[in-house]
Design a binder for this molecule. Sequence first.
Ligand code: SAM
Length: 362
Amino acid sequence: MTAIVLYCRPGFEKECGAEIQEKASWNEVYGFLKLSKNEGLVQFHLHDESQAQRLMQKLPLTRLIFAREWFATLDDAVELPEYNRVEVISEALGERFHYQELRVETVDTNDGKALSKFCRKLSVPLRQYLRKSGVLAKKESGNYSDNAIVLHALFLSGQQVQLGYSFARNTSEHVMGIPRLKFPNASPSRSTLKLDEAFLHFIPKSDWDTRLTSGLNAVDLGSAPGGWTYQLVRRGMMVKAVDNGPMAESLMETGQVKHYEQDGFKFRPHRKNNYWLVCDMIENPTKVAKLMASWMIDGDCKEAMFNLKLPPSAGRYQLVMKNLQTIKDLLSDNNIRYEMYAKHLYYDREEVTVHLRVLENR
Ligand SMILES: C[S@@+](CC[C@H](N)C(=O)[O-])C[C@H]1O[C@@H](n2cnc3c(N)ncnc32)[C@H](O)[C@@H]1O
């Protein structure tokens, strides 16, 4: 027996489980779930290791909405003694793989956070020991070959660790899929971190010079008080901010923002020179999905970043899939080539973030 362990936001284990089960079945991989309620941890048990490997190679992590990160287990969790923990972990690893990187992890709960000091302390000698014994690469370059493997050590407690691996080209670049972002004091709201993370997650850094750069025009629907506008302004963009609520004076003073006190569902720019559409309106997600598709169809933006609100009840995964399908259908009916990815990001709560980009509007 082997399992794929997936990390998600605590409270969203059901959604994460439903999604991996469905998307695995599209790849003819079948298994059963074990959810750790409110611990942000899902285990998808499979009959043999080759299935886990096949799935983790075929299904891009970027295609999973609710999973932040994943790894395949190496055997059962290892019981740790009071002393010689490093040696016990090394012995459990054996010589099955050569790893490029070690990720020491805990669950995303208060208990998990309480363990992080212990983990930080242990990770130094563990890393050294594994490097010395040749199990771990001497240096983490971040520039890995196609079949490079990442070692995961998930500490369930001070006495138990689950070891596993993921493929470097199909794993998160952040430990447990969580980027550590600093709140910028100049931003008028904490929501700013959501758009900051979204840009980091969806737009490759190598494209920032062309797709997130000064001189581009952007529209921000549901912009007040201006946390998202702040992210656009700080990248040098000119922003049309649409909201009946007030915008922060500091943003208006930059001269890069024009405030429209209008309904975001009715507003449209007069000229077709707008690159970004961002939307953080807390509104019916199906209405938002249709609005985003219509901007693309009408050629009123090239890329959009928006939230789809999640209902508090069951069926949240299915609802997101339904709204994404609505967008796909509308764009296909209008012969638009596009790419679309969705993720329940770390700074998202009761919403998922979607990135939509038009590739060709025929
Ligand atoms: C979560 S807040 C946006 C926060 C903003 N992104 C920030 O970072 O400061 C949602 C905003 O959407 C606005 N909103 C909701 N429905 C709207 C609509 N139909 N048209 C325009 N704004 C709307 C609300 O007035 C509210 O200011």
